[in-house]
Design a protein around this ligand. Structure first.
Ligand SMILES: *Cc1c(COP(=O)(O)O)cnc(C)c1O
Length: 358
């Protein structure tokens, strides 16, 4: 047997999460966000499974080219736009669409000699202050873009900073700024990420842009409601490879960071931060062994972690261990580790075998 770490990716669950987006945003088109290797799930298998998506969103030209070379034909949008002028040629060559969020990017578009017009997603900074044109400059930029003759179609977009937190008034403010900026202007509009798909139907406009919810993780700080059921797409699993009985007072792992109060049975699981398991997961971080919860003990190392099996006497070497996914939300593990589901999912390393369920 080879090293037993696997990420089982359930593509049917991704499709059912996509169907929920369809239901919640019935009058919008859906740009499925597949950046960062589809949040660690595998960009090509996910995009192939989402044949019903109206477009895909990626972070880089390389990510877009990967989809095109795999035969994906839907529109593909570079969410961060191009990073230099030369990339404009591949935008045309691969039939991509681009975000333009800065004067520099506007310059790249102006300078590039294009043999075809392209679709541009013009980004407005409505308050997050990360990317986008200032509201007061936006109308002028829009006019200048139109007269370049290089733009086939202009989509007006922005992005939320706090849509996961329904108690935060920033979202309402960003929406008001967006509405004001685009009022009366022609062209399609786009604002909603996963959290806004769920919590802010008035932001759906022509295109919604769900990412994390397609992968079955809750984008909200609050629990999901009954009509919002998402199915986790990735189950990260490995196996117990050793068991040690230790006396009370003995320490486990690097730095003697955990010491047992009682005689204990310690299991060693073949997974570590070298696979993407969070190194800062504290003692007590849950995992599932034969469907029962057990807690991490000791420091996470590169290839192994240790778990307290004292209360699961039936556990034996070779048993399957679920680190997150089926029966254990990745959000819960992320929260324990002071992280977020996005980081844990995108952090699953190349050496972890992906197995696809269709
Ligand atoms: C990543 C991204 C999204 C998706 O965000 P989720 O929170 O994963 O739904 C949407 N829009 C843009 C511009 C993004 O970069």
């Amino acid at each position: 047997m080879s090293r037993p770490v696997e990420a089982i990716v359930n593509l049917a669950n991704i499709r059912s999460n996509f169907a929920l987006v369809r239901k919640l945003a019935a009058n919008s088109r859906i740009m499925a966000i597949v950046k960062a290797n589809a949040y660690g799930h595998g960009a090509v298998p996910v995009a192939t499974a989402l044949a019903a998506a109206d477009a895909f969103g990626v972070a880089s030209l390389a990510e877009a080219v990967e989809l095109r070379e795999a035969g994906i034909t839907q529109p593909v949008v570079l969410l961060g736009g191009v990073f230099d002028r030369d990339e404009m040629h591949d935008v045309v060559r691969y039939g991509l669409q681009i975000v333009v969020h800065s004067g520099e990017q506007f310059g790249h578009l102006l300078a590039a000699e294009l043999r075809e017009q392209i679709v541009v997603w013009l980004k407005i900074d409505t308050g997050m202050h990360r990317l986008g044109f200032e509201v007061q400059d936006f109308a002028e930029i829009r006019r200048m873009l139109e007269i370049t003759g290089k733009v086939k179609e202009l989509v007006l977009m922005s992005h939320f900073g706090c849509a996961d937190d329904v108690g935060n008034t920033a979202t309402g403010h960003q929406l008001a700024v967006f509405e004001n900026a685009v009022a009366g202007l022609p062209g399609e509009k786009s604002l909603a990420n996963s959290a806004a798909v769920l919590a802010y139907p008035q932001t759906h406009y022509d295109w919604v842009r769900p990412g994390i919810m397609l992968y079955g993780a809750n984008p909200m700080l609050r629990p999901l409601q009954a009509h919002e059921v998402l199915a986790p797409a990735m189950t990260l699993r490995s196996r117990l490879v050793a068991i040690h009985n230790i006396a009370a007072g003995e320490a486990v792992g690097y730095g003697e960071q955990w010491r047992s109060q009682r005689p204990a049975r310690i299991g060693t699981v073949a997974i570590g931060y070298g696979d993407g398991y969070p190194r800062h997961a504290p003692n007590g971080t849950p995992m599932l062994i034969g469907g029962q919860r057990a807690g991490l003990v000791g420091r996470v190392s590169m290839d192994f972690i240790t778990v307290d099996l004292t209360d699961i006497p039936s556990a034996a070497p070779g048993d399957e261990v679920i680190l997150w996914g089926d029966g254990l939300p990745v959000e819960e593990v992320a929260k324990m580790a002071g992280s977020i589901s996005y980081q844990l999912l995108t952090g699953v390393q190349k050496r972890v075998r992906r197995c696809y369920l269709f």
